[in-house]
Design a binder for this molecule. Structure first.
Ligand code: ZN
Length: 352
């Protein structure tokens, strides 16, 4: 039985095979748990959560999430490559221990293993997990793409009305709430691929054009990144609603709930949307396979993408750990940053 499972994983879900291999090798360097299991083809596929660094209840937290859309495997692979490097560095690099002592780093690299097993965007029930949270967009959304309840045979299906969230999303949502709870500072990055020619770094809202309360914090993070890595201007940083609005975005739900549950804390959920149209443009043969729309097929391009986002992931870790050094809390400074952010992102002027 165990050998059949390994065979199946290697063939259909090499990302989970790699993750479980990393877990075994990591030993005590990582704390891990299974959030839930998904049944696929007589096999139970776990959703693993991995925790590194400080376990202090008030430590700042960085959460890295991938594979919410099963066909966007490159997102999981980017996180697994980063995790691999961290674990290797923990063997010999004193500075990484020092860094991790000051924050909690959480990975959920394969949030939709059933979808990934089937090479499908949605979960095995045909539901798009990023349209499934019980939160509706304010105003109109693009037809189908914004989320719909017409049929699970069509992409972007939200799931039946008033049904509970899908098991994968319940697990992710519950785990993230648990992690955020009681912490003064939290950042998350959910890694996707598939939209546009550029890599985009989105912040909430996905379902509304209105600015978030923490717009000033987003402004600071953007400024910090641009000033620290002036030659790494890969990302178009913007509210997700600038690209398209959607119903049911779980990060919108978590963000709004965090404002109610712990208004004094900061929680900023970011999404990295890697622009896969560029990979298709450079290698049109990718169009011949469905997954080619979302995943770089050529090995050299895949390697390039796996290393391309290291600086961003390192930066988010440093920014989380040292948030007290760059966060501005005086009301006049918060107002000034908010005004600058509105000018940058909401006045129709030049964007970064
Ligand atoms: Zn996606």
């Amino acid at each position: 039985m165990a050998s059949t499972r390994l065979f199946n994983l290697k063939r259909h879900l090499p990302e989970l095979f790699e993750l479980e291999h990393l877990l075994v090798r990591a030993g005590a360097r990582v704390r891990s748990k299974v959030l839930t299991q998904v049944s696929v083809a007589d096999t139970q596929l776990p959703i693993h959560a991995l925790e590194l660094g400080s376990d202090a209840p008030g430590a700042p937290m960085l959460g890295l999430i991938g594979g919410v859309h099963g066909v966007e495997r490159i997102g999981s692979q980017v996180l697994l490559a980063y995790l691999h490097s961290l674990l290797e560095r923990m063997r010999w690099d004193d500075s990484i221990d020092c860094q991790l002592a000051g924050l909690k780093l959480v990975f959920v690299p394969i949030a939709n293993p059933g979808g990934m097993y089937h090479n499908s965007r949605c979960n095995p029930n045909g539901v798009d997990l990023m349209r499934n949270a019980p939160i509706a967009a304010k105003g109109k959304v693009p037809m189908l793409l914004g989320g719909h309840r017409i049929s699970r045979m069509l992409p972007w299906y939200r799931g039946p009305k008033d049904a509970p969230m899908e098991p994968e999303l319940q697990a992710l949502h519950g785990y993230m709430e648990e992690q955020i709870n009681g912490r003064p500072f939290n950042l998350t990055l959910d890694v996707h691929s598939g939209f546009g020619f550029k890599d985009r770094l989105w912040f909430p809202y996905a379902g509304a054009f209105e600015p978030i309360r923490d717009l000033n914090v987003m402004y600071r993070i953007n400024r910090l990144f641009v000033k620290t890595f002036p030659n790494h201007t890969l990302y178009q940083v913007e509210p997700q609603a600038h690209s398209y609005t959607t119903h049911g975005d779980v990060w919108d739900l978590l963000y709004d709930n965090s404002l109610i549950q712990q208004p004094e804390a900061t929680f900023l959920p970011l999404t990295l949307e890697m622009g896969s149209w560029l990979w298709v443009k450079k290698n049109p043969r990718q169009l011949l396979r469905y997954r080619g729309l979302f995943h770089p097929e050529l090995p050299h391009r895949r390697s390039r993408i796996l290393r391309r986002h290291y600086p961003l992931l390192d930066f988010l870790m440093m920014a989380t750990r040292s948030h007290r050094n760059w966060m501005k809390t005086k009301p006049e400074q918060v107002d000034k940053d908010t005004r600058a952010a509105i000018k940058l992102w909401y006045d129709g002027e030049a964007r970064t």
